[in-house]
Write a protein that binds this ligand. Structure first.
Ligand code: RUQ
Ligand code: CUA
Length: 622
């Protein structure tokens, strides 16, 4: 009897659900939707033979890599290995990259920064920092490869980086973790006196293709989170957010969120430069260290809503927008007001010897879109609008920078961190697109187990309403990305033939193997479809050494033909490198295992690629 009743109730409920579904079904809407899907598909479809309009450079977070996507297709084009090894390109195996990687085998790549001229991307270089191991890297966009990696002493996790000044004069690296000056041991009871949040000013020597440390600044022991360089009227200045001004040393989740206000640090890097030129610094581990308590006039604090995260300078350089991750509001500050307060020395007090400006005298407005929660980062378009990611309410809010009025909002799936609009952090944003970099994808793509990929959603900004038109999964974890017009880049087609390049060999007959004591040096060539290591030997594609020898192999790819890349892998020796057209690469190792080791080209290069192999013979010690 009970089953009966349950059955009838079940049927009734089923019917009700069907009625509701049918009542909800509107054939007209369905057709409209399909039309919309078709238009959106067209907007992102890049036919074969045509190229995407933009490159997107997305940070790879703790993968240590940089991901490159095409926009609007959202096709993944390439990965540049930066702070972690990559066997596809031999990064971390060949001599150059192994030396750059040093003792580290992973990195946490946060914010990419394209080089700028007059505040606009110039398409020449791309910088990034490693929060895990205190490094900065520069990639050359001629070859999409890393030119230099610099390990910066005295610091603890450059998360707040990298941002470049308008003519790439400096790359600033403020840090997330306070550490004792000089990174000596110091008890956490001495946090407030001995620890510092050290910021580094790094320059790029374009001629030598080297990163260099200009000076450092010993800021108070707070966590520096995000930063941005000024533009136009504020071009000599930069801003960064800071939290844990409570200086707590444990249970940060609670303790670093006590004070109602934290700060934006506002600094004039031209002044810092002058101070350093005037000798106003101490020396620490061979680096010029400026102490803002002793040397005043370059650094100021602006109170802002507690635990701020992002801070972004508007394209015209007149304002900076701070986002409070625990507040429902963005705060718009005026550079002009700040300059006035600084010139008139109207300060509300001091913190750790640094003047604090009065909140009201610098603040222009608090922007508080209804029910929006967790603002993190803002990007801009060409029409005076800002686009702010809302981590908690999972949306992007479009608002008018001049009036604070909310204009539009679009839900994203889910929890966006940064967003990247087309050239959206330069002096001349393009509008057109913004990409939400979502931390959580939940079910958006084919399932791959309990952990899902991160997700990037492309949003069209050209219509009346923002509209999501494409999405793409991405490996962990895009902290930030920059989108640059593709025609600003002109990558190399082949490495130019350069007879003077050290260790290069350009003809088969010059290939040779020489011995000097226990060192065997190979000057070889790779071409379709063979290796030639020694043109005079009976077997030209064999390297014979003795157990314990040091082996140095230089290999030049003499196929000066685009996309004819050769690889060089030695079976069971854990060695591998890539040699692109016209490139010379070097690999060094100790032949400490006697035996017979096939070597082969790893990169499919011709119909006879399978024939492109030889042997490494390691004769055992007597
Ligand atoms: S952070 S999600 Cu590494 Cu840029 Cu704000
Ligand atoms: Cu060369 Cu495959």
């Amino acid at each position: 009897m009970k089953k009966w009743i349950a059955g009838i109730l079940g049927l009734a409920a089923g019917a009700l659900v069907s009625i509701l579904i049918f009542a909800d079904f509107n054939p007209k809407e369905e057709v409209a939707d399909q039309a919309n899907v078709a238009t959106n598909a067209q907007k992102v479809y890049v036919p074969f033979g045509q190229k995407d309009e933009y490159y997107l450079f997305a940070s790879g977070g703790h993968s240590g890599q940089m991901f490159i996507y095409g926009v609007p297709s959202m096709r993944h084009i390439r990965t540049i290995p930066v702070f972690s090894p990559d066997s596809a390109t031999g990064w971390g195996y060949d001599k150059h990259s192994k030396a750059l990687m040093g003792k580290y085998s992973w990195g946490d790549l946060h914010h990419p920064a394209l080089s700028e001229t007059e505040g606009d991307y110039d398409g020449k270089y791309l910088f990034a920092t490693d929060v895990a191991n205190n490094r900065a890297a520069v990639m050359d966009l001629k070859t999409f490869s890393v030119s230099d990696i610099l390990e910066v002493p005295n610091i603890g996790g450059p998360h707040c980086a990298a941002f470049v000044t308008p003519n790439t004069e400096y790359l600033f690296l403020p840090t997330r973790f306070a550490v004792p000056l000089g990174r000596e041991y110091a008890s956490l009871d001495e946090f407030s006196t001995k620890y510092k949040g050290v910021m580094s000013a790094v320059t790029f020597n374009e001629e030598k293709k080297k990163l260099e440390i200009a000076y450092q600044v010993a800021l108070p022991p707070w966590s520096y989170d995000l930063s941005d360089a000024g533009k136009k009227i504020s071009k000599d200045w930069a801003v960064m957010t800071t939290y844990n001004t409570e200086e707590s040393t444990t249970e940060m989740e609670i303790n670093a969120s006590q004070a109602d206000r934290d700060y934006i640090v506002l600094f004039n890097w031209r002044e810092l430069e002058k101070m350093v030129a005037d000798g106003q610094f101490d020396e620490l581990n061979g680096i010029k260290m400026v102490d803002p308590e002793k040397h005043k006039g370059a650094i100021y604090l602006v109170p802002t809503a507690k635990s701020p995260h992002g801070v972004d300078v508007t394209p015209d350089g007149t304002r900076f927008v701070a986002s409070g991750k625990l507040a429902p509001a963005m705060t718009v500050f005026s550079f002009e007001k700040a300059f006035k307060a600084i010139n008139e020395k109207k300060f509300a007090g001091e913190r750790n010897g640094i003047p604090v400006l009065d909140y009201k005298s610098v603040m222009e407005r608090e922007v508080n879109p209804e029910n929006a929660l967790g603002p993190l980062h803002s990007q801009f378009d060409d029409k005076g609008f800002a686009y702010t990611t809302m981590f908690i309410s999972s949306e992007i809010v479009k608002w008018n920078v001049a009036t604070g009025e909310t204009v539009d909002r679009v839900p994203v799936q889910y929890s966006p961190g940064h967003a990247a609009s087309a050239e959206g952090d330069t002096v001349s944003p393009d509008g057109k697109y913004i990409i939400a970099l979502n931390k959580i994808a939940k079910d958006t793509y084919l399932p791959v187990g309990p952990s899902h990929p991160e997700s990037m959603q492309l949003i069209d900004l050209t219509g009346k309403k923002m509209e999501i038109i494409q999405s793409a999964p991405v490996d962990p974890e895009p902290h930030y990305a920059q989108m640059i017009k593709a025609d600003k880049l002109s990558p190399l087609v082949v490495y130019p033939k350069d007879e003077k390049r050290p260790n290069s060999v350009w003809t088969q007959k010059d290939a040779r193997i020489t011995r000097n004591g226990n060192t065997v040096e190979v000057h070889g060539v790779a071409l379709r479809s063979k290796f030639i290591f020694d043109s005079n030997a009976k077997r030209k594609d064999v390297i014979s050494v003795k157990e314990g020898d040091k082996v140095v192999i230089h290999l030049t790819n003499i196929d000066l033909d685009q996309d004819i890349t050769h690889g060089f892998g030695i079976n069971s020796y854990n060695l591998n490198m890539e040699v692109q057209p016209g490139q010379t690469q070097t690999i060094e190792f100790i032949a400490d295992k006697a035996g017979t080791y096939p070597l082969y080209c790893t990169n499919f290069c011709s119909a006879l690629h399978q024939e492109m192999n030889g042997y490494l013979l390691v004769e055992p010690k007597a």
